[in-house]
Design a protein around this ligand. Sequence first.
Ligand SMILES: [Fe+2]
Length: 212
Amino acid sequence: MDANWKQVPIEVREGIRYLSAHFYPESLMWRWSELKRLAFSSAKTVKQYSLQQVIEELEHFDFFREYFKEEPLSNVKLPQSYIELFDGLVEDFKSPNWKDRVAARFHMITEGVLATVGLKILNETSRKHGLNKFNEGIRVIIEDEARHVNFGFSLIEDKEYVMRRVEELFPLAVRIVKDGKEKIEPLGYSVDELIGLMEELKRPRIEKIKAL
Ligand SMILES: [Fe+2]
């Protein structure tokens, strides 16, 4: 934790903690405990890089757990919409067309839209408030995530299906952001603008899938 953490306004700290819990949902890890095994065994069946990605995801968990050691994220309550997104991921991994389903839900929607927006807010907010240690960690995660999204494209087998699935899941992503309105807006962002940004992130990804 940064030495100046406690000097940051409480609503900013709360917002940072709220968004961070989306990257490390400490209170809900039990719910998705089989994801780790599923992700590892799936990763082994595709290219080498995917294993590296799973390991990086676990390192991201470590960063948030370590940073918030004194104020654990376990007491941050996440919305039902978020739970729905990850419950679906467990099902996706178990399905025969898991590559397309995981690419749509995880790489395109979760990483490509939601995490991208969340990390942008965490990056800007921590920089603005001089939370240097936190900011450093977030910038490493941003670099990893950009690679992860790109990896997602290589998983796609049925592009028509993935394009349709991304559109189907997009409203759920919007709900997650809307459900966080009270925590996110005090950080200086309007949820409506963020939804616009989400559209702007989704559009070129759909285009890229179409061109595959
Ligand atoms: Fe990732």
